[in-house]
Write a new protein. Structure first.
Length: 396
């Protein structure tokens, strides 16, 4: 007899098994268990001695990560808030600014600049390529009144990196700032702010910092602070001079995201223990194994420029939609990667090796991509990618 209990049994039995989940997207990224635990501690008051002690340490260690002697501002916002502040705190309405548009995030610089009434000079870069330094030099020569060059160190939407060191060398002896969105570069790859002469460097917590979203960071050079004094752009919440002053007293201008700063304390301890050069080398090793592994599996890496160390953009094989690969990874294998954006939608999918990532995250990524393409009936050298990645990651 068909009882209601039996009906329930069959209903449950026919549900897909719940998959173990792996977060391999270019942000947000997995948060290490010790960091999650630290953030679960009871709230502390931000104007208390406990907070001040915590903040003093965090403030110093951020300089280590940024490789700068200047203070690094800590904002309660996502990365885009800090990008907006990197426009409003250094320019005045009507100012001219050059921006490198080689993807979704480069395009965002242009949108922010326009929103505040700046005159923009766009250097359009084909998606997947890295900006040509000759083009930057030509734009600077043609626009000697340009107040800044806005660029990404790693263009997350295309998986290509730009040579921000080379750009800073061009702006260094001009009255022009080099403003870098290092959101998927900081804590991933070497961007020594002072050594390279970068003027404003923006980063965000849910990328290389192994933290949840909600914190953004801004390093500001002396040259940029001089621009700040002359800037007349309207601003209120993102007031960098006010934040700098607060930072001197081990505070933020407004209520800080206390729990995230507790997590940041933990993350910076991890980074210091590993050593930043080792952190960069680990990401480089994983990125290289991901690319070489996927190539051995028969896939093509999308960027033709310098590949980003944080995220690998992969071309969807002929006849297979990139969105289907990304969806299959998630629904059949529990792996959250990312699809393509705008005109790359369906053409590429992206997989990150960012933050709390190590050898077996890369093995999972390569194995899952091979299997997802196989699920979709695509051509793939199953196992060849994993083998190649293993060979590259084996500890000698
Ligand atoms: C994620 C990302 C951003 C945007 O950051 P939000 O935190 O979403 O505001 C900007 N630039 C790059 C390069 C990114 O990867």
């Amino acid at each position: 007899m068909f009882t209601p209990e039996a009906g329930l049994f069959f209903a449950l039995w026919s549900l897909p098994v719940s998959l173990k989940k792996y977060l391999l997207a270019p942000g947000p990224v997995p948060v290490p268990p010790n960091v999650l635990n630290a953030m679960a501690a009871p709230m502390i008051h931000h104007r208390s001695p406990d907070f001040v002690e915590l903040f003093k340490g965090v403030k110093e260690d951020l300089k280590y990560l940024y490789q700068t002697t200047n203070p690094v501002l800590i904002l309660a916002s996502t990365g885009t808030g800090a990008m907006e502040g990197a426009v409003t705190n250094f320019l005045s309405p009507g100012d001219k600014a050059i921006f490198v548009n080689g993807g979704k995030f480069g395009e965002r610089w242009g949108k922010i600049l326009s929103a505040y009434g700046m005159q923009t000079v766009e250097i359009k870069v084909e998606w997947g390529r890295s900006v040509d330094l000759n083009d930057v030099k030509a734009a600077l020569d043609a626009n000697p009144d340009a107040k800044a060059v806005y660029v990404q160190a790693s263009e997350t939407s295309t998986g290509a990196a730009h040579d921000v060191q080379g750009i800073a060398a061009l702006t260094r002896n001009r009255d022009t700032l080099c403003v870098v969105d290092a959101i998927t570069a900081m804590g991933v790859t070497n961007v020594p702010m002072d050594e390279w002469g970068l003027d404003v460097v923006v980063s965000g917590s849910q990328k290389g910092y192994m933290l949840p979203p909600g914190l953004a960071f801004v390093g500001v050079s002396d040259k940029a602070w001089a621009f700040n004094e002359r800037s007349t752009c309207p601003r209120f919440y993102f007031n960098f001079a006010k934040e700098k002053k607060a930072l001197e007293g081990d505070q933020t201008a407004f209520t800080p995201a206390v729990s995230l700063i507790v997590g940041l304390r933990e993350v910076l301890n991890m980074v210091k223990a590993e050593g930043i050069q080792n952190v960069f080398a680990r990401h480089e090793r994983l990125a290289n194994a991901t690319r070489e592994g996927l190539k051995a599996a028969g896939l093509e890496i999308f960027p033709t420029g310098t590949p980003s160390t944080a995220v690998t953009a992969v071309v969807a094989p002929d006849g297979i939609d990139g969105q289907d690969i990304y969806k299959t990874l998630r629904t059949k294998y529990g792996v959250t990667a990312a699809g393509g954006q705008d005109h790359l939608k369906g053409k590429v999918f992206r997989i990150a090796q960012l933050g709390y990532a190590d050898t077996f995250d890369t093995i999972i990524a390569v194995a899952a991509v091979e299997m997802a393409i196989s699920t979709l009936g695509g051509k793939v050298n199953m196992g060849a990618g994993v083998k190649r990645a293993q060979e590259l990651l084996v500890v000698k």
